[in-house]
Design a protein around this ligand. Structure first.
Ligand SMILES: *Cc1c(COP(=O)(O)O)cnc(C)c1O
Length: 443
C-alpha cells in the first residue's frame, strides 16, 4: 500500500470527496471535481529527495516508473496497483533547443517540448494512461464498466482507443464528421474502437457523450478532460520541462489551448512543484488560441468576462472549440501565472509552422498557433530577447500531412503560402535537371 493518497474533491467544497475509483464526474452543485493529493504526506519527503527519486527513474525500464508520467506516480495517482497500470512509457519526450528558429525570431533561448513524439502522436497519451489505468483498477475491483467513451477533436480518441486496446477494454469515440485529420480518424478505427462520426462540431459531440454517460448504471465511463484523472497525467508536462533543465524554471511556457484542460494541467504540475519546494518561482504561461476559435482570447481582452462562441473552421482542428469545458480553471491558472492569451490567424499559424519546419522542426498546426503567438509576443517586446521560452508542441506534424501538403501547394483556405516549397516536376533528363540545379544553387 502506498503511504500517499489522492481523491476527487469538489472545486467549491473541498470537504465533498470521492475515491478516484468512483464513477463520478460532477460535484453535488454541478461543478467539476479536482484530484487532490495528501500534500502533507508528500511534504514529508524533501524537495531534494523528490528530485533524486524522479531523476533515478527517468527513462529507465523498471515498470512502470520509466514512463515520464508514472515516474512521478506518488504525485499523479499513488493508489493504482502497478499491475493495473496501462502504459506505453509515455512522457520523456525530447526538449530541443530551436536554435535557428529562435535566432530568426529574435529569442535565442527558445526550446520546443516535443510532446507529439508519443505512442499515438500527441500529448493526450500523458493523461489517457492515468484514466485507463484507473478504469482497469476499477474493473479489477469488480465495478461493472463495459466501455470507455469520449468526444474528441481527434487526438483524445486516438489515445483512448490505443490505451483501451492495450488494456482489453472496449472504447467508443464520438468525432465531428469530416473535422479530424485522416491519421486521427484511422487510429481509433485501427484499434477497434466503436467510431461514431456525428454530423456536428466538437461541442455537439461533447453534449451527446455527456448524455450517454450521465447515468452511472450505463456502464460507460467518460474519458473527456472534465474527468480530472486525465489532468493528473497531463500535468507532468510542466514538471518534465523543469526537470529537463536540471530543475531550473524557464521564463515562459507557451501552450495551445482548446478545451483548456491542458492549460490548467500545466499550471497544476508547476504549482505542485512550487508547493513542495522543488522550485522557488513560477514561469509565465501563454495560452495560444486560433483566431477562429478564440473564446479565451476574447475573455482575456474583456477583463476575463467569458462568453461561449461558435468556433469556425481552423487548420488547428484539435483546438476548434467554442465552449471550453475547463474555461474557469484555465482562467484561474492564467491569473496565478501572470498569464497572457494570444491568438493566431490561419495565415500566421501556417507560416509559423512552415518557418519552424525550415529550421528542422515538424510542427502540427496547433504548435503553429503557439509558435505564431511566440513570434507576436517577441515582436511586441513582451517576451524579452534574453528570456528562456518553451513552446509545447502538442502533436506530431505527421498527423497533419494534409495541412502540410495544402500549404506547400498553396491551397490552404485563406492562406497565401509565403514559405511554400513545392516539388519541381521534370522529365527524367540530366540536362533539364542540371539547369534547375544551376538556377537553385546559383542564387
Ligand atoms: C487536445 C489538444 C490541444 C489542446 O488541449 P486542450 O486541453 O483541449 O486545451 C492542443 N493541441 C493538440 C494537438 C491537441 O490534441
Amino acid at each position: 500500500m502506498s503511504r500517499y493518497r489522492a481523491w476527487f474533491a469538489a472545486q467549491d467544497d473541498p470537504d465533498e470527496r470521492y475515491p478516484l475509483t468512483d464513477v463520478v464526474y460532477y460535484s453535488r452543485s454541478g461543478g467539476l471535481l479536482e484530484v487532490q493529493h495528501d500534500m502533507a504526506a508528500l511534504g514529508e519527503r524533501s524537495a531534494e529527495e523528490w528530485k533524486q527519486l524522479f531523476d533515478s527513474r527517468w527513462m529507465r525500464t523498471t515498470w512502470p516508473y520509466g514512463s515520464g508520467v508514472w515516474g512521478k506516480k506518488e504525485w499523479v495517482c499513488p493508489e493504482v496497483d502497478d499491475a493495473n497500470v496501462v502504459s506505453t512509457f509515455e512522457g520523456g519526450s525530447n526538449l530541443f533547443w530551436a536554435e535557428r528558429f529562435g535566432r530568426e525570431i529574435g529569442v535565442e533561448d527558445l526550446w520546443i517540448k516535443m510532446c507529439g513524439n508519443a505512442h499515438t502522436g500527441s500529448f493526450k497519451d500523458l493523461g489517457m494512461t492515468v484514466l485507463v489505468s484507473v478504469v482497469k483498477q476499477m474493473i479489477s475491483e469488480g465495478r461493472p464498466i463495459r466501455a470507455i467513451a469520449c468526444a474528441s477533436t481527434g487526438d483524445t480518441s486516438a489515445a483512448l482507443a490505443a490505451y483501451g486496446a492495450l488494456a482489453g477494454i472496449p472504447t467508443i469515440v464520438f468525432l465531428p464528421k469530416g473535422k479530424v485529420s485522416l491519421a486521427q480518424l484511422v487510429q481509433p478505427v485501427a484499434h477497434g474502437a466503436t467510431v461514431l462520426a456525428l454530423d456536428g462540431d466538437f461541442d455537439a459531440c461533447m453534449r451527446v457523450v455527456r448524455a450517454v454517460t450521465s447515468n452511472p448504471d450505463s456502464g460507460i465511463y467518460l474519458a473527456n478532460s472534465l474527468n480530472s484523472l486525465r489532468v493528473e497525467g497531463q500535468k507532468t508536462v510542466g514538471i518534465e520541462i523543469v526537470q529537463q533543465f536540471d530543475w531550473a524554471v524557464p521564463d515562459w511556457i507557451v501552450i495551445p489551448g482548446g478545451n483548456l484542460g491542458n492549460t490548467f494541467a500545466l499550471g497544476k504540475g508547476l504549482l505542485m512543484m512550487y508547493d513542495l519546494g522543488l522550485i522557488s518561482r513560477l514561469p509565465r504561461i501563454v495560452c495560444a488560441q486560433a483566431e477562429r476559435a478564440n473564446p479565451l482570447y476574447r475573455a482575456f481582452q474583456n477583463g476575463w468576462r467569458y462568453e461561449p462562441i461558435k468556433a469556425e473552421t481552423t487548420a488547428a482542428s484539435a483546438i476548434q472549440i467554442g465552449d471550453p469545458v475547463s474555461i474557469n480553471r484555465a482562467i484561474s491558472t492564467l491569473k496565478r501565472f501572470d498569464g497572457i492569451v494570444e491568438q493566431a490567424s490561419e495565415q500566421e499559424l501556417a507560416d509559423a509552422a512552415a518557418r519552424a519546419d525550415r529550421t528542422g522542426a515538424y510542427a502540427c498546426p496547433h504548435t503553429g498557433v503557439a509558435l505564431a503567438a511566440t513570434i507576436k509576443l517577441v515582436e511586441r517586446g513582451v517576451i524579452a530577447r534574453g528570456d528562456r521560452v518553451v513552446v509545447i508542441s502538442t502533436a506530431h506534424g505527421l498527423k497533419f500531412s494534409r495541412f502540410k501538403v495544402d500549404y506547400h501547394e498553396n491551397s490552404l483556405p485563406g492562406v497565401t503560402s509565403r514559405y511554400a516549397n513545392p516539388p519541381v516536376e521534370l522529365p527524367a533528363d540530366v540536362d533539364a535537371v542540371r539547369r534547375v540545379l544551376a538556377q537553385r544553387m546559383g542564387e
